[in-house]
Every structure is written in C-alpha cells, then in structure tokens.
Design a protein around this ligand. Structure first.
Ligand SMILES: [Fe+2]
Length: 386
C-alpha cells in the first residue's frame, strides 16, 4: 500500500436557500469581501444581488472567463489589494472558484501566477476563500488546486497547496436551477470523470474509493434527471453533492490521463472541460481494466453493466456502461461531433506523449502508439479493442 495522508479542511454546508444566510453564517457584517464571478450568469440569476445586499461592503470582480487566465487572476489580485479585501467569495463554476483561489494567493504573496505553478510553492497563507458553486461538476470547492491557462505557454497549469482549500463550501441547489442543459450535462460528467479517475489513480485511497462509488451512483441516477428537469431541486442537490465529493477525492489522489489528455481537447478545439473528459473516459478506462479490473468492474456494476473482475469483461462493461449513460444524456461519444480535428489530434498525441506530467497518477505504461489510439478512439467514439 502507498503511504498517504488524508486532509479535507473545508466546511461543507448544503441546503436549499443557504445563500440567503451568507452574511450571517460566513463573513460577518464587518468583513470586506472580494466577490469573484463571471460576467453574466451570477448577475442574471440574481445570486450576485443576494450576496451584495447582505454584505454591503462587497467589492465585485466580474472579469473571469471560462478557462481563466493567469493574467486575469493577476488583475484580480491587484484589485483585491487596492480595495483591502479580507476574504474572497467565489460565486460561479470551476472557473470562478479557481480564479478566486489564485487571487486569494496573490493577494498575500508577491509575484505572478507562474511563480506558483506546482505544489506548495507559497509561504504566506492566502486570504480565506468561500466557494459558492453555481454548477455541479469541478468540485473546486473542496480541492486545494487552481487550474489556470498560462497564456505564455498556451497550456493549462495548476497551482496547488493545502492553503488553497476553501474555508467554506456553500452548496445551495437553488443556484443551479438556471444552469443551461449542456452545462448541467458537461459539468456532471466532469464530476463522474474525477471520481472514476481518483479511484484509479496511483494515489487512490480507501476514503476516495468509497466516495467515488457513491459519486458514480449519484451521477448515474440523478444527472439524467437534472438534465431533463432543471427545476428539480432534489436532482440539483444530489449533483452538487456528487461534485463536492468528487473534489474531496481528487484533492487527495489527483486526476489522471483523462484530465491530462482532456485539456488538449479544450485548448485546441474549445470542447467543454467535462465533455472533453467524458470523451476520453472509455478508451482510458478500457486500458485501466487491464491493470485494475476489480475497480473498473465495480464502477461498471454501478453504471448498470455487471462485469466480472476480468480485464476483458471489466473493460467491455465500463465502455458500454459509459456509452449507455451518454446516450441517455444525448451526448455523442465521438470527439469529431464536438469539433475535434483528426490532423490536429495527431499533434496533440505527440505533444502529450512528450509531457510526463500528464501521465502522473496514471496506471500502466503508454507508448506513443497507445496515446495515438486513445485519441483516435475518442475521435471516432469507439474503443477499438472492445
Ligand atoms: Fe475536472
């Protein structure tokens, strides 16, 4: 067994209407929070007004785009310091939460984002972060990571460190009812991917494995419901819970090749993060079944495809179980249907193969040919050895 440490310091509050208690329960009236959010959705849903009415000292930074850049976070941190904010509230999806963490870090530490890409490279604790997700997928509310686009290198890079765990995660299902259907589906598939990857990571733990099976069960049962009935608050609460739990898993075990390869689909073709992972899950998990058939079979079981602890059966079970779920959600398993381009994918395979960090935590060895086949399978929506 690998040695490990399990650490999850974020206080989780889950309940309908919780946002209305934000002032009383989280900050206190004297606090001067910086609220980090995107340009539109929190404003349109009224969530932004709910916070600013209850916390009149709030300063708003609403310049976070999907896939936040290091430069945007540096601007946000300067704004945070100018306004002498003492807390950072993240209101939005993974982009807002990751940007908020980077801003909280740069508000108390010198330099730029690129000085902190890596793990634990800062000395002073960041400002406390209160994470209020409006999507249900990335689990950033319970992770110590901020994933940013480093424009200088054209890559996604991660800042990590225990000080980046949000102090509080506030999960209010009323905030996610306005999420568009495609965002509901894509972010929900990110939660599924994170749970499955965490369970198969070389750094998996018993805590994470238990949570992962529960996340798979919740997503299988409730994601189709949340997609079809956006006002169903039970489905929304269940999916918020699944996302939060998936964050608890990857906070310990990290993600694997699915995320590592998925980042290319997002940066090269603009494919949404969760969908990019979903497209890579079948080929990567078919591979994983060769190394950890009992774990893959356990997930296949939950996805409704009972399989024995045998590499072939577990591999076929997981691939078919995923395809069935995608079909129910109206998601094509083929990256070509999401805008990928075969020629450019060949470049992605070579670049990915040359970057050892993308294989961190991944079981088994991959040759360049394996990576090319993985992308080609994802492109066509088939698994060739299945
Ligand atoms: Fe993710």
């Amino acid at each position: 067994m690998q040695p490990y440490r399990y650490h999850m310091p974020t206080a989780v509050h889950l309940g309908r209407g919780l946002l209305r208690d934000v002032a009383a329960s989280l900050c206190g009236p004297e606090s001067r929070p910086l609220l980090v959010t995107g340009r539109r959705s929190a404003r349109a849903s009224g969530a932004l007004d709910t916070v600013t009415e209850r916390l009149p000292n709030t300063v708003v930074f609403d310049r976070v785009d999907e896939n936040p850049t290091a430069a945007a976070c540096e601007t946000g941190a300067a704004f945070c310091r100018e306004n002498a904010c003492d807390t950072v509230i993240a209101l939005g999806g993974g982009s807002a939460m990751d940007a908020a963490k980077a801003i909280a870090l740069l508000a108390t530490n010198p330099g730029r984002c690129r000085d902190y890409f890596g793990s634990g490279l800062f000395d002073t604790p960041p400002l406390p972060v209160i994470a209020i997700p409006t999507t249900a997928g990335t689990g950033s509310e319970t992770t110590p990571y901020a994933v940013l686009v480093d424009e200088e290198q054209g890559r996604k890079r991660t800042i990590g460190g225990a000080g980046l765990f949000p102090r509080v995660a506030l999960l209010d299902p009323e905030l996610s009812v306005t999420m568009p259907r495609d965002v509901t589906v894509n972010t929900g598939l990110d939660a599924l991917s994170q749970a499955m990857e965490g369970m198969l990571s070389l750094k998996s733990t018993a805590f994470g494995d238990l949570l992962a099976l529960e996340v798979c069960r919740i997503v299988r049962r409730w994601l189709p419901r949340a997609a079809e009935a956006p006002d169903d608050l039970e489905a929304r609460a269940q999916m918020l819970q699944a996302a939060m739990l998936s964050g608890c898993i990857i906070a310990q075990s990290g993600t694997t090749l699915v995320h590592g390869a998925g980042y290319y689909l997002t940066l090269e073709f603009g494919i949404a993060h969760g969908l990019a992972n979903a497209l890579l899950l079948p080929p990567v998990f078919y591979h994983n079944a060769r190394h950890e058939p009992h774990k893959v079979a356990a997930v296949a079981n939950i996805l409704g495809r009972p399989a024995a602890d045998d590499p072939d059966e577990a591999g076929a079970g997981i691939v078919n179980g995923l395809y069935e779920l995608y079909d129910e959600l109206g998601v094509s398993p083929a990256a070509r249907d999401a805008g990928a381009n075969a020629e450019r994918l060949a470049w992605c395979a070579e670049d990915l193969y040359g970057d050892a960090s993308r294989f961190k935590n991944q079981v088994g060895d991959f040759t360049l040919e394996d990576v090319q086949r993985m992308y080609s399978d994802a492109f066509q929506g088939t698994v060739t050895r299945c």
